[in-house]
Design a protein around this ligand. Sequence first.
Ligand code: ADP
Ligand code: MG
Length: 334
Amino acid sequence: ATPTAITVGIGRGAELGILIKDSRVFDVSDKLNAMIFDKTGTITIGKPEVMDIITDMDIDEFLRMMAILESNSEHPIANAIVKKALERNLDISNKEVEKFRAISGKGVIGFVDGKGVFIGNKLFIEEYMGNNNKNNNTDDKNNKNNNEDNDKNNRSNKNKTNNEDAENDNNHNYENIAQKLENDGKTTLIVAVDGEIKGVIGISDKIKEDAKETIKALQNMGINTYMITGDNEKTAKIIGKNVGIAENNIFANVLPDEKAKIVEKIRNNVDGYVGFVGDGINDAPALSTADVGVAIGGGTDIAIESGNVVLIKNRLKDVVGFVRLSKRILKQIK
Ligand code: ADP
Ligand code: MG
């Protein structure tokens, strides 16, 4: 694009709430073949809420421990858990957690009141339970066997109760409950205390109201749409279906450092350039890797720094506005 066209484009973008940080994006936007979306905070509003709590502990005590641990994390899931505890008037003023660790894309762990508390997704609990066995063999196969043994133990220790209304009951089959929550499209977290599974929580997040029209408009311009998320596959597919992203174009259970690799993989498979839209710390590498990295303005600072386009007004449909603007700018100079 010519300097004049670029100046016009950047100015017009600013009026629309689209901050263009790198004018080279105008040149690639005409041959944009794929637009890849992050899920949490990008397609969904990113304010998840705790919908289900199933535990064999006292619910308030269970929630209090979780909230104290999660008050050390900035993840939207952590905020949801803290909010729930505050709604129930639980005292979480003492946020002291020993050996707190947040494992990105997986969960959190630490000691609350001297008890080891773990909150995370299925993949994480499998690793954690594997490592928790005194057998410290790091060989993958051995770890898998350990996990299977743990599974069996868990199964035989717990009975078949599967009453969705029973919030605390001593006979939960957490595996079944987690499966059921996932089938409803919820993000499901498993909670362990001192190495024993003590409960499951179901979390859900609303889809942005302009998500569907955004995806549709891009598809109408001949741009393929994709979704990458660290969340579970069931939830990812349900959200994808609701907004019109094809099942084959959905990548779930993706760890933060793998998001960029998938962006590259998609780029290798399509004829043209790829864009990525995201909001989180975990999206930064993918935003830098994509030819057009679109950061949601209300997202984390690192995401905003990594994107070459920023949607100041936090409106997902401005992605479409950006592509239209780029096409117009290019046409003016041809
Ligand atoms: P997304 O790619 O959709 O933005 P993330 O990569 O941020 O998702 O998170 C992926 C998954 O990691 C979550 O669905 C959750 O299972 C787990 N997770 C991440 N952070 C936390 C946390 N603070 N507490 C519990 N689970 C977490
Ligand atoms: Mg996100």
